[in-house]
Design a protein. Structure first.
Length: 213
């Protein structure tokens, strides 16, 4: 299990400071959509610099103009980018092509998709593409959330796929996921809102079985 720390809805200087503090204890750092929109390429570059050798994902949630947006992120140092699973297939196919050309990772965000669309994407996309079941922020806080967990979005389509789970995960959720192959867990607020982000990451590592309890 890999851990990805997602940086969202925080000032850029705090995002850079958290990155520098936790980069050597996490597998991935994510520049969340809110930070990408607020601080652009320059903000992404600053996080990439602070991350050192730890790879950085730019959560672009691209739905169109794939080549331009992806190459902009790659120029800033991103190792991985996201495309929305609800985008037209012409855009998703181009996302596969462009990330392949640049030898970067593609993550397809499955937020808001019905089961039929998810199953079709799982059949359509090459194994190198990572699929990301995602309970959106609005669903987490809205009255319609109904206690939904991102783990509940998995189905037979997930067998043998590289996965990234996002949506309100905490250390308490990770022990049940230990042993899942090709799994990345994305944790945001549990780290960025913690008084001690490093201690929060250490707790995640223990829960994931990466360090002794």
């Amino acid at each position: 299990m890999d851990i990805q720390v997602a940086l969202d809805r925080i000032p850029l200087d705090r995002a850079v400071a958290i990155t520098a503090a936790v980069a050597d204890r996490t597998d991935w750092v994510e520049v969340g959509t809110s930070l990408v929109k607020q601080f652009g390429q320059d903000g992404l570059r600053q996080v990439v610099a602070a991350a050192g050798t730890t790879p950085v994902l730019a959560d672009l949630k691209t739905a169109d103009d794939v080549r331009f947006e992806f190459e902009m992120a790659f120029t800033a140092g991103a190792s991985s980018v996201t495309v929305l699973g609800l985008a037209p297939y012409v855009s998703i196919d181009l996302a596969v092509e462009v990330t392949g050309e640049h030898d970067r990772e593609l993550v397809v965000d499955l937020m808001g998709l019905d089961q039929a669309r998810i199953e079709e994407l799982a059949r359509r996309l090459p194994q190198r593409v990572r699929l990301a079941p995602h309970v959106s922020k609005d669903a987490q806080i809205g009255s319609q959330a109904g206690g939904q967990r991102v783990q509940d979005l998995l189905g037979p389509w997930a067998a043998g796929r590289r996965l990234a789970l996002a949506g309100g995960l905490t250390a308490a959720d990770l022990p049940a996921l230990v042993g899942e192959p090709e799994l990345r867990v994305i944790v945001g607020s549990a780290v960025t809102k913690a008084d001690d982000p490093v201690a929060a990451v250490e707790e995640l590592r223990r829960a994931a079985g990466k360090d002794p309890a």
